[in-house]
Design a protein around this ligand. Structure first.
Ligand SMILES: NC(=[NH2+])NCCC[C@H](N)C(=O)O
Ligand SMILES: [Mn+2]
Ligand SMILES: [Mn+2]
Length: 344
């Protein structure tokens, strides 16, 4: 009798511990349920002047991202690449009305990208878009909004830069410094669109928050101030600490089932000591641990529906620099999507 019952307890113990061992993060992230993670490769570089950034998606995938995510029982579907080929047949530099470099090409590419992002979300996937330069967030956020016509998408933008220039305010003409302005209703009249008036603005200044800023131009700061946009620069991260900053962002954005969350993560938000291979590095950035804390908190809200990881450029820096940058990138993605810290 005693033997029997202790046997039963042993069985119970072993079955509960084995089910615990299997308790890896499954496909239910908080209260938004996803059937899979859909990966979109946005191999695009016309939003700035360096070629290599279009190879970001390939090197990130070659570094074993999908296999690593699958090790945590996540179902991953590769939706393939939105390529620049069609645009390249007409690759002459064409300026927009306010000097935006490759204006129509950037927008035409993003319109196609937006359709694929919309498809991933409509098929109930959590959409991860690998860039590419940050101009691809014109398409990803638009596609996310298209998939949720009855809901307000809210955006957490993690970056050294505000990327809120318009053609008129930009000193460089590079459209990777302009994606945010394309989505804001308040700036609608300052943004030049395609003849079919794509993209339509899908949010207001109170639907976006920033973390990590440290290289913001005067015109951009004026947009942030005028629109009352919540923005935590590295100075505030330093003063308040990363958890207070994250909490204030979520209090403000109020992600929920009615307010799906879009995370746009520029790898240059991290300090260049952590992620050197990127086109516009700025020293004094987030530690990898702070970056991980941000994306862990994002995941834990349960309302993450789409994420961009942009500006990894494998042609910049030494072999060691590229390796470090890819390790940091994978660390961020593993924490954001699987809720895990660990080695690659
Ligand atoms: N996504 C980026 N890395 N953006 C950098 C933008 C730099 C500068 N503010 C510009 O508009 O040209
Ligand atoms: Mn940046
Ligand atoms: Mn950026």
């Amino acid at each position: 009798m005693l033997f029997k019952s202790s046997r039963r307890i042993l069985n119970l113990l072993s079955s509960s511990s084995s089910s615990q061992a299997r308790q890896v993060p499954n496909l239910i992230l908080g209260r938004l349920k996803h059937s899979h993670i859909g990966i979109v490769s946005a191999a695009f570089n016309k939003g700035q002047r360096r070629n290599g950034v279009k190879d970001g998606p390939t090197v990130i995938k070659e570094a074993g991202l999908i296999k690593r995510l699958q090790e945590f029982d996540l179902k991953v579907i590769d939706y393939g690449t939105v390529s620049m080929e069609k645009l390249e047949r007409n690759s002459s530099l064409q300026l927009g009305p306010d000097g935006e470099r490759h204006h129509d090409a950037v927008l035409a590419y993003n319109r196609e990208l937006a359709s694929l992002v919309r498809k991933v979300i409509q098929e109930n996937g959590l959409c991860l878009t690998l860039g590419g330069d940050h101009s691809i967030a014109i398409g990803t956020i638009n596609g996310h909004a298209q998939a949720n016509p009855d809901h307000q998408v809210v955006v957490l933008w993690v970056d050294a830069h505000a990327d809120i220039n318009t053609g008129g305010s930009s000193a460089s003409g590079n459209m990777h410094g302009m994606p945010v302005s394309h989505h804001l209703r308040e700036l609608a009249k300052d943004v030049n669109r395609l003849p079919e008036s794509w993209p339509t603005p899908c949010m207001s200044g109170n639907h976006i928050a920033y973390i990590g800023l440290r290289d913001v131009e005067d015109c951009e700061q004026k947009f942030l101030d005028d629109l009352g946009i919540l923005a935590f620069s590295m100075k505030e991260v330093e003063k308040l600490g990363i958890f207070e900053v994250i909490n204030q962002c979520f209090k403000h954005l109020q992600p929920s089932t009615d307010r799906p969350l879009h995370l746009s993560f520029d790898i240059d938000a991290l300090d260049p000591l952590e992620a050197p291979s990127t086109g516009t590095p700025v020293r004094g950035g987030l530690s990898l641990r702070e970056g991980v804390s941000i994306v862990e908190a994002v995941r834990e809200t349960g309302f993450l529906k789409a994420m961009d990881l942009v500006e990894v450029n494998p042609e910049l820096g030494s072999e060691k620099d590229v390796k470090l940058t890819l390790q940091a990138t994978k660390t961020i993605l593993l924490a954001a999507l699987a809720g895990r810290r660990g080695a690659f």
